[in-house]
Write a protein that binds this ligand. Structure first.
Ligand SMILES: Cc1cc2nc3c(=O)[nH]c(=O)nc-3n(C[C@H](O)[C@H](O)[C@H](O)COP(=O)(O)OP(=O)(O)OC[C@H]3O[C@@H](n4cnc5c(N)ncnc54)[C@H](O)[C@@H]3O)c2cc1C
Length: 232
């Protein structure tokens, strides 16, 4: 397996996938590492009560695409395997050629899933990245990759965790700013559940209506499909 690349992109979400494509278009060799699993359309659970395919808790063999992280004052929902697997937007179906023209491969990007980026260090003008399996606790499949540059696009929590580890646990990137980890904020969304209504409220698409009761408040109604009561 090739271990040396021009760039390594950590995370295959909205940020990581676009960065990888643009770098590959410019002719750089690119490796994309993703801790989540590769999903095809048949792998998605029909309801979120199928917790093994919905939640990401690898220690319990749950390899879904939604991760829950609990803090003292907030609980965070985030996507695993690329946020677009879990996010709720309504999008047009792209033309067929979007799926058949494999641009990343065409330009040379390689994608490795179920691989957790763990430790980054800099030596002799190169970055080194140590990885391990994110799903197999018995055989960690540890590997080291090398690159001229690393793009960390692991979402807010994933990126923050990785950078904090390098600065304070491994002490491999000590020049990272002292401000790291300060003033991190959520996207300011508060989830309020409505249930127990006398009539069916969840007809139609996930998000179709939005209103602004005042200039600081944006209310969005999100509907979950029938039998998807796991978040209740
Ligand atoms: C339930 C939900 C609903 C949402 N709905 C909407 C919506 O309707 N509209 C909207 O615009 N936005 C929505 N969002 C927000 C949107 O999904 C995020 O803003 C977007 O995914 C962020 O993109 P990103 O590339 O920064 O991170 P992500 O898309 O989260 O990608 C980060 C990737 O990095 C991987 N990763 C993290 N750490 C590591 C590591 N150490 N090693 C390897 N891989 C790693 C993660 O598994 C993940 O795949 C929603 C989010 C959630 C959770």
């Amino acid at each position: 397996m090739e271990t040396s690349f021009d760039y390594i992109v950590i995370g295959s979400g909205f940020g990581g996938s676009v960065s990888a494509m643009r770098l590959a278009e410019k002719g750089y060799s690119v490796l994309v590492l993703e801790k989540g699993k590769e999903y095809s359309s048949k792998d998605f659970p029909k309801t979120n009560l199928n917790l093994f395919k919905y939640l990401w808790i690898p220690a319990l063999k749950m390899h879904g695409f939604q991760k829950l992280t609990f803090f003292k004052d907030a609980s965070i929902l985030s996507g695993v395997g690329g946020g677009s697997l879990v996010y709720a937007n309504t999008l047009f179906h792209p033309p067929e050629e979007f799926f058949t023209k494999n641009k990343w491969s065409k330009f040379g990007a390689q994608i490795i899933s179920e691989t957790l980026a763990e430790k980054i260090f800099y030596k002799g003008g190169k970055y080194y990245l140590e990885t391990k399996s994110s799903t197999n606790f018995l055989f960690k499949r540890r590997k080291t990759f090398q690159a001229n540059g690393i793009i960390i696009s692991g979402g807010v929590l994933g990126t923050m965790e990785l950078l904090l580890k390098q600065k304070y646990t491994y002490k491999t990137l000590p020049l990272l700013s002292e401000k790291l980890g300060h003033e991190v904020r959520t996207n300011s969304e508060t989830l309020c559940a409505v249930s127990g209504a006398n009539e069916k409220l969840n007809n139609g698409l996930a998000i179709t209506s939005v209103f602004n009761p005042d200039s600081n408040t944006h209310v969005e109604i999100v509907k979950y499909p029938d039998w998807s009561n796991a978040m209740k």
